[in-house]
Design a binder for this molecule. Sequence first.
Ligand SMILES: Nc1ncnc2c1ncn2[C@@H]1O[C@H](COP(=O)(O)OP(=O)(O)O)[C@@H](O)[C@H]1O
Ligand SMILES: [Mg+2]
Length: 228
Amino acid sequence: MKLLSDLNVFDAEYIPEVVHFRDRQISSLLANLEPALRNSSPVNSLLVGPPSTGKTCVLLRVLEEFGDCYTAYIRCPLAVSAYRVMARIFESVCGHQAPQTGYPMVKLYDAVCDRLIQDGKALIVALDEIRVIEVKVINELLDILLRVEEEYGVKVGVVAVSHESIRLNPAVQAVFQADVIHFPLYSYEEMHFILAERARKGFGGKFEPDAVERVAEYAFRHSDLRLG
Ligand SMILES: Nc1ncnc2c1ncn2[C@@H]1O[C@H](COP(=O)(O)OP(=O)(O)O)[C@@H](O)[C@H]1O
Ligand SMILES: [Mg+2]
């Protein structure tokens, strides 16, 4: 008899099938991005909350609904320079690798915009854990990403995810105008529910209820579901 039925559920990157207790955040983000499906301008969004409050889960679940337009999901710790972020956007939209270096960033983005115009599709850029990028670079990036709307008439929406608010310079703030979606810490009961479900999936019901309680207490004490 196998003790572990689905090991993936214990992975820190695991995205559960149902993201519980986040209905409000999911519907706000869906509503903000929905215009992209009609090639209209999405409402830029900022997901803010402490670590392990479901920001990445919600974002990835919501992006799954946007298969009919272009989406670029970028984990910023893996792309900390403006060029790397732009290269990832280029790859998501144009479907092939960008030159590693030595190519003007604006040209990469021109190619992206050409594709959007050609296909009549909007683009959603999701920048997860954006605070690992220097604020100066964030300003530069958002400026390039969002100015195109005026210049080329393409529709681009940005979703930024951060554990703290970001101070943007006034010119960028004026174009970014993000709707802020808050992710509060889970209560003990919510954590217990989430972890019990994870244990059910991972151990196929072969665990003692007491064990889940102890894990939930530990995770709650450290305010981090990932420790469950
Ligand atoms: N509402 C939820 N339901 C089920 N699992 C969740 C929920 N929220 C978070 N998790 C789990 O907790 C961990 C951290 O969630 P994540 O979305 O990465 O947090 P954040 O991006 O806010 O740091 C992940 O393993 C995720 O699967
Ligand atoms: Mg995250």
